[in-house]
Design a protein. Structure first.
Length: 221
C-alpha cells in the first residue's frame, strides 16, 4: 500500500460538533492529505469555504442516520447539499423496507437520490450491523441495479453496533466489484491494523474519525 491517507474520509458527524472541532478536522485533512472529509449537511458550505483549493473532497450524509425519510425528501436533501458544495453523497438505505422485502421501494429510493446527485458520486450506507449476510448481499445487488457508485457498511450510530467487519466488507466487495462498484468501510475503524485489514478485504474508502491515529500508525510501521 502506497499511502493509507488516500483511502481516508476524515469524519465528524456527532450531533454536538462545534465550529472549532470542524476547523480542526479540515486542517488535519489538509495536513495529512486525506481523500476527503465527511460532515453533516448543514456544514457543507462551511467545509467548501475552508477547504477551497485543497483537493480534499467534501462528503455529506443524506437520510442520516436512520434512512427512514421519504424518498423525495432524501432527493431534495441531496440536491441542496450539492448546491452547497458537496462532492459526494452518502445516503442511508431504507433498512425497514429492505428487511420487509420491499425491494422495489428500496431500489427506487436509491434511484431518486441517484438522479438528484447530478453525476456526483453516490454511496449507499447499508447499516450492516442490522442485516444478515443474505440481506447484505441483496442490498448490494439492489445498489448495483440502482447504479450507485459505492456501498458503505455503517453509519456508526447503531447502539452496541460493531461497525465495519472484515467479513462484511469481503461479502460486499465480492458482490459489487464485478459490476464496477466499490466499497467504503465505516464504523469502529480506530487504528491502522483494523484499517489495513478492511482494505485487504476490499475496501477502497475508509470513513473514520480516527484518521490521524491511523495515519500515524502507518508512519510508525
Amino acid at each position: 500500500m502506497d499511502n493509507i491517507n488516500f483511502y481516508i474520509e476524515h469524519t465528524l458527524l456527532k450531533p454536538d460538533a462545534k465550529k472549532e472541532e470542524l476547523i480542526k478536522l479540515f486542517n488535519e485533512a489538509k495536513e495529512h492529505h486525506f481523500l476527503g472529509v465527511c460532515v453533516n449537511p448543514c456544514f457543507v458550505a462551511f467545509a467548501k469555504e475552508q477547504l477551497k483549493d485543497s483537493g480534499v473532497k467534501i462528503v455529506t450524509v443524506i437520510g442520516f442516520p436512520l434512512g427512514a425519510n421519504r424518498s423525495d425528501v432524501k432527493a431534495y436533501e441531496a440536491k441542496k447539499a450539492i448546491e452547497d458544495g458537496a462532492d459526494e453523497i452518502d445516503m442511508v438505505i431504507n433498512i425497514s423496507k429492505l428487511k420487509d422485502g420491499f425491494f422495489d421501494y428500496v431500489r427506487q429510493d436509491i434511484i431518486a437520490v441517484r438522479e438528484a446527485c447530478q453525476g456526483h458520486v453516490l454511496k449507499v450506507i447499508l447499516e450492516t450491523d442490522l442485516l444478515t449476510p443474505d440481506e447484505i448481499r441483496k442490498a448490494c445487488e439492489i445498489c448495483v441495479e440502482a447504479k450507485a457508485d459505492l456501498v458503505k457498511t455503517s453509519t456508526g450510530f447503531v447502539k452496541g453496533g460493531v461497525g465495519a467487519k472484515v467479513e462484511d466488507v469481503k461479502l460486499m466487495h465480492d458482490t459489487v466489484a464485478p459490476h464496477g462498484l466499490k466499497v467504503k468501510a465505516s464504523g469502529g475503524i480506530r487504528d491502522y491494523d483494523k484499517a489495513f485489514a478492511l482494505i485487504r478485504a476490499g475496501a477502497e474508502r475508509l470513513g473514520t474519525s480516527s484518521g490521524v491515529v491511523i495515519a500515524e500508525g502507518m508512519r510508525n510501521i
